[in-house]
Design a protein around this ligand. Sequence first.
Ligand code: UDP
Length: 370
Amino acid sequence: MPRKRMLFLFSDTGGGHRSATQAIIEALDHEFPGRYDTKMVDFFRQYYPAPLKYAPEIYQKMSKMPASWALPYDMLDGEHRTSAVNKLAYPVLRSAMKRLLEENPADLIVSVHPLVNTTLVFAMRDNPLPFVTVVTDMVTTHAFWYDRHADLIIVPTEAARQRGIHFGIPAGNLKVIGLPAAEKFLTGMPDRNEWRKKMGWSDKPAVLLVGGGDGMGPLAKVSQAINEAGLDVQVVVIAGRNEELKAQLEAIDWQLEHHIYGFTTEMPQFMHASDVLVTKAGPGTICEGFISGLPLILYSRLPGQEDGNVDYVVQTGAGVWAPKPRDVVTTLKRWEERPELREHAARVSKSLARPHAARDIAHVLAEQVG
Ligand code: UDP
């Protein structure tokens, strides 16, 4: 019997959609070795016409100015507004989406991006295929994620499920599972001390700084503030795909042990080997921090989209909102003086983890495709 084909629609707008998609595919391979043919398509980059095909680059630019995000995000966040935008955009996107479907025949389509769902539904009107959405935002999930024609919408939190109900999705078509994270977070993690040694890190507490896939927000300023604070830590910064940021970090007059990296494919190992996570409020990174039991300091967020993530982390006690570089330093100092506070946040963080989400999603997709 031919293998069933699953087509994953994502885009490199940030790092989260790719990470989540890869995690689900890894989990499918782990749970059902050799049973499914899987394919990832970046619909913006590979199919959409200009200027939409540059969405990944545009996201990278906009994420350097987070304030510019709030207005369009909020303005479009409503059932009627998304419906109007989708209807307006469809004539422009119809041929691209039809070509995408023709060139990538599938038995199940899995959307891992908010901006593809309704266009896909329109394009499949005459010949609908089973279609599942995996929501990769945590709490303040945008209306674009929720299309009533999806056979199932998988969400990471109860709050995201409630948003779905609010947008008219039948309760039976919503499932709370979690945000998918790489298999590596679950199995085969190297010994923490040996990995640190291999990377040339000392025994000092490691403060890991991450700004999503695109190194978003004032990561250089935060690093500089930590550098000047006289803390007894080593700083590990991951600049992601942001080369300008990496150069800025390397130009700092460092007074303490520091390790600077560009985009890494070893995030599980980095987190496993670290003691504190300083990050923008990206859902993927936050959930990976939970799995790694790291206390969180959130230094930046995309207004609207990531506001709920900040509330979630702060209200549960897994971490702190520190929008100014000096707030980050104050928190690190407090945690240095009172380690029990850091340990408490770490325990809460671990308790929020859903490390098996990707495998659970793999099983649900397997059920859907039959
Ligand atoms: N990431 C990575 N390597 C890097 C930087 C980031 O693999 O060098 C991953 C990170 O582990 C997470 C994703 O990129 O899975 C970022 O997702 P998030 O939702 O935090 O933010 P986004 O980049 O989507 O805004």
